[in-house]
Design a protein around this ligand. Structure first.
Ligand code: HEC
Ligand code: HEC
Length: 277
């Protein structure tokens, strides 16, 4: 496992600390970020296509509360640190929580088919296992350890890999004033989860049976149904077999990027972002 990956993950799991610092979390000392995720009791593997389906379903149906990567949210809602997930075997514990919810605690019951549940379970286990593997024995990361980058090299990397969507003088201008240290790293790596960032719904374009093209933000998606919220705020849905559609998730570039950064690249880009005052 490359070192960069462990730093990425630690940054991700530290999101709740950032929230605590803003006084929105629980009492100090109770941060789940200070503990390692509980070890999975029964290691399980799932096929790649099931994981991909699970990811889509998770983002659409669980992501707003648990983060798109299951590590978002506060306290018990970070599923990569859940001991219930650690003890689960192929959905035996997850299934009842999903279907009954915990209405008193803020989780509604969620209707899923057996197939959908199996895919969601696969994704949650994959995220949980990645968290425990990557986090290793480390409990925290010192921001000073990350200050080894070269801002000039980071700028070059940024211009090659990021300017398609970002601009140093536009949207990211002054970012180092808004965000510092781990909070900045967290946003750079996982803009879609925790850390105060809103979860943005992917854009979707549907070609309806009569040929009409309708665009909006993804409101719901499963095997049978695709639904969006159009610009007027109306919810519209179609059976998937009757329409063609294209989902464009702007944050998928960041997910792909995680696999591309080397240690040095990541430190360089981080150094460069810190110069954007
Ligand atoms: C509206 C917000 C919301 C949605 C949507 C939601 N959850 Fe939750 N979930 C919560 C909250 C809040 C808790 C914490 C309940 C508690 O403290 O006991 C929770 C708890 C859980 C737990 C128990 C964790 C533990 O360690 O006890 C699991 C597992 C879980 N959710 C899975 C899911 C899955 C899978 C989905 C999507 C199918 C989902 N949730 C959708 C809010 C939500
Ligand atoms: C295909 C488009 C795309 C590419 C390529 C991309 N990003 Fe992003 N980035 C996004 C989107 C979308 C967001 C979320 C914006 C939001 O939530 O306001 C984002 C958010 C961010 C944020 C947080 C911004 C804020 O205001 O909090 C940072 C930092 C960032 N990206 C850095 C990078 C870096 C560094 C690269 C290149 C290595 C990169 N991004 C490549 C689309 C992209």
């Amino acid at each position: 496992m490359r070192i960069v990956a462990s730093i990425l993950l630690i940054a991700s799991t530290l999101a709740p600390v950032h929230l605590l610092a803003q006084g929105r979390g629980r009492a100090a000392g109770a941060s789940p970020a200070s503990q390692r995720p509980p070890q999975t009791a029964t290691p399980q593997t799932y096929p790649a296509d099931q994981l991909a389906t699970g990811q889509t379903l998770f983002v659409a149906r669980c992501g707003s509360c648990h983060g798109r990567d299951a590590a978002g949210g506060e306290g018990d809602t970070d599923l990569t640190r859940s001991s219930l997930v650690a003890e689960d075997i192929r959905g035996d514990k997850l299934g009842p929580v999903v279907r009954s919810g915990r209405p008193d605690k803020g989780m509604p019951p969620i209707t899923v088919s057996d197939e959908e549940l199996a895919a969601i379970v696969a994704f949650v286990h994959e995220r949980h296992t990645t968290a425990e593997t990557l986090l290793g024995g480390r409990r925290s990361v010192d921001v000073a350890d990350l200050q080894t980058g070269n801002a000039g090299a980071g700028r070059q990397y940024f211009e090659a890999a990021c300017t398609r969507c970002h601009s140093a003088t536009g949207d990211l201008s002054g970012i180092s004033k808004r965000l510092q240290g781990l909070a900045l790293l967290q946003r750079m790596l996982y803009p879609g989860s925790g850390g105060g960032g809103a979860v943005k719904a992917p854009a979707v374009t549907v070609t309806a049976p009569n040929g009409q093209i309708v665009s909006g933000t993804l409101a719901y998606r499963d095997e049978f149904t695709i639904a969006l919220t159009d610009s007027a705020g109306s919810y519209r849905s179609w059976p998937t077999r009757r329409v063609t559609f294209k989902v464009d998730d702007p944050l998928s570039a960041h997910v792909e990027q995680l696999g591309k950064y080397t240690d040095d690249d990541m430190h360089d880009v981080f150094a460069y972002l810190q110069t954007l005052k």
